[in-house]
Design a protein around this ligand. Sequence first.
Ligand SMILES: Cc1ncc(COP(=O)(O)O)c(C=O)c1O
Length: 436
Amino acid sequence: MSPHSDLNAFWMPFTANRQFKSAPRLLERAEGMFYWDAEGKEILDSTAGLWCVNAGHGRSEISDAITAQTRRMDFAPTFQMGHSLPFLFADRLIKHTSKGLNHVFFTNSGSESADTALKMALAYHFVRGEPQRTLLIGREKAYHGVGFGGISVGGLPNNRRAFGNLLTVDHLPHTLDQERNRFSQGLPLYGVEKADALEELIHKHGAEHIAAVIVEPVAGSAGVIVPPAGYLQRLRDTCTEHGILLIFDEVITGFGRLGTPFAADYFGVTPDIMTTAKGLTNAAVPMGAVFSSDTVHDAFMSGPTEQIEFFHGYTYSGHPLACAAGLAALDIYEKEDLLHRGSLIAPSFAEMIHSLRDLPHVADIRNLGLMAAIELEPKVGEPGARGYEVLLKSLELGLLVRATGDTIALSPPLIIEMSHLDRLFQTLREVLRTIS
Ligand SMILES: Cc1ncc(COP(=O)(O)O)c(C=O)c1O
């Protein structure tokens, strides 16, 4: 029997289960910027859990709100019935969104948000009398969660390989251009013309067949790929010209990650539909939200009033506990100005991460707002080994980073202070100096 046979029942997500269970890394407690493991060791969280605990861990305002709501009303249906919280939460949320994004459809995760957005786009064209617009355009290296819609438009081959034929999709090229943009700070200068690939796809398929284009404004899971200056505006213009909906997947970039409420605000580009999750409740209760423009929403509101307009929804859309957590998180974001605080920290964060560029094996560093990645040269014949070594050595020294392949991603809680930044980068420096 393995020494950790009691760990076998939980089939872990996106994890090398056998490797993990042979030497488990278990977190036990969390508060503020830190986790503690089972041995009581303090671990600085440079990843906000999984890009999601934006206001820091263990916020008592959120746990108090959840506890109070469980006592008041644990659950209520939102199919042909309602309760006040999702109405209140939606109304509060749209005060922070770009102009026109005034309608909120609640889900339970980023994956469900992606699938909801794609279905909304298809149904939008259907109700407007263009049912032939069924093609969805994603982008290489994109991550939109793990639903069938999300993996179809997603552009990470490992996430699609084992799952057969998916939706009808095509993909834009990714925007990573290390030849020209290596070690760019903030927005890379080169590559705006990559957006012109959309014109080519329109030429290939015909605009009249294309429902939507979905992109992460800054690709997160693929290793923080920042779009070249002007790129998102160019996509916007092309979509508008051809009646194609533009969807921003803001599951990572939403709720202050770039120092603005949403990436749409950072770039000054407004999508027709915007997906969110993660920071929405500060990750205390799973929840996602899809924001849609007045135009998209209103197109559905034209038939007989007794008819359901959008045949879509989840038992837990607008769950009372998730709404309570979300409202309390939003109170914190507003009170502490966390949706903008990242813009104050970002210059120091950028300077410190780029100071690592001369360390061994560092192939590229990319950053925007409070998200960044260090790409390491892979070990010959052992892709991912170096990233994994950094993960383990960092943990040994009391730092949690996110390693995907040989890329190390950082996305600290937005409450981070200079003392945490100093500790984060001193530790990373030490780790990068010693890896093989
Ligand atoms: C851009 C993006 N979309 C969707 C998702 C999926 O979210 P979830 O894991 O909550 O389903 C993620 C998760 O990291 C993401 O980064």
